[in-house]
Design a protein around this ligand. Structure first.
Ligand code: PLP
Length: 320
């Protein structure tokens, strides 16, 4: 059973219709590479690409739920911002990238998809060590939707461990450039597994909570929400939580979040394009408050998924 099917079967997220799914479509998804659309298994890059050798790349991920892109404009803005900061150029403007993403999803036939656009530094035709000589490479792909939390974790909340690993500081890499520098996050994950947890949060350079592998974190205390201010990717789902809070009249702010404050929260949840708003009910083996998914978290989760049908927040995939 696919993750989407399991999540829907558990009635945790709204249903996805199969209206456009073509039985001859590509279950593993479709990639766009070197001007061609390919099945995922045929999408390959050179081992000499600096994206692979040096993590010299930027990317963005948007999701499609029930045949609609969610906040694609914000993802494109962040991606093009990353390209500019890394001095990379691609032969497509926003409309061009938008068309490629639509085509990847439409060709794949999927109604619930995880859609990535990325650019690597590429390789130099003369093996030069000068990044200016490299030919930048744009790629995109649409694969089946994936979530950080599975159906059971969405229902009962994730069990998280706080690792002492420190997220790469903003003075080294601007976290607004979405990147593949994940060794700190992966080391944090192994710490979490060693302690019997399901995923990890790691720290900022001041010892406060930063983020986890592929997600931001929020805590709720006395009805007010806060999320780490520094050293984190400004997630689009994090931004969406702020927008939902503004609509709902809830107070939300960016601030330093100490490990002690996190553990003393009334509610904790994580946010990611890969799964949306996902509850956390145990931290380092201890329950968050009464150990149940909190009321504000549940309310925001429902609002978040409702917005996926709202034309102000989502746009339909151009299926054939
Ligand atoms: N933090 C990191 C390190 C991430 O990689 C991601 C997403 O991949 C996030 C946070 C969440 O960002 P978004 O809500 O835009 O998916």
């Amino acid at each position: 059973m696919s993750q989407t099917t399991a999540i829907q079967a558990a009635k945790l997220l709204p249903a996805v219709s199969d209206r456009h799914v073509d039985p001859h479509s590509y279950p593993q998804g479709i990639a766009f590479l070197d001007g061609q659309y390919l099945p995922m298994s045929q999408a390959r890059i050179s081992v000499l690409d600096w994206g692979f050798l040096h993590s010299d790349a930027t990317y963005d991920t948007v999701h499609v739920w029930n045949g609609r892109f969610f906040r694609l404009d914000l993802h494109l803005e962040r991606f093009f911002g990353g390209l500019e900061k890394l001095r990379m150029t691609i032969p497509f403007d926003r409309e061009g990238v938008t068309e490629i993403l639509h085509n990847c999803v439409a060709l794949s036939g999927h109604r619930a998809a995880y859609v990535e656009m990325l650019c690597t530094r590429g390789a130099s035709p003369t093996f030069s060590r000068d990044p200016r000589q490299a030919v930048n490479r744009f790629m995109a792909f649409a694969v089946p939707f994936g979530s950080v939390a599975n159906a059971e974790q969405l229902r009962r909340g994730l069990h998280v461990a706080v690792s002492d690993k420190v997220r790469i500081p903003p003075a080294s890499i601007d976290p607004a450039i979405k990147n593949y520098h994940w060794l700190d996050l992966v080391r944090g994950l192994y710490d979490a597994y060693d302690r019997g947890a399901e995923t990890a949060l790691i720290l900022d350079f001041n010892g406060n909570v930063a983020e986890g592998p592929g997600f931001n974190v929020f805590c709720v205390k006395h009805g007010k929400l806060s999320t780490p201010a520094i050293g984190v990717l400004p997630g689009i789902t994090r931004r969406t939580v702020f927008d939902l809070c503004a609509e709902a009249g809830l107070a939300a702010t960016t601030a330093d979040v100490s490990v002690a404050a996190l553990k003393a929260s009334d509610e904790v949840f994580i946010t990611s394009t890969a799964g949306g708003i996902m509850p956390v009910t145990r931290i380092d083996g201890a329950p968050v408050a009464d150990g149940k998914v909190g009321a504000i978290t549940s309310r925001l989760m429902a609002r978040y998924w409702e917005k996926h049908d709202d034309p102000a927040w989502s746009s339909p995939v151009r299926y054939p």
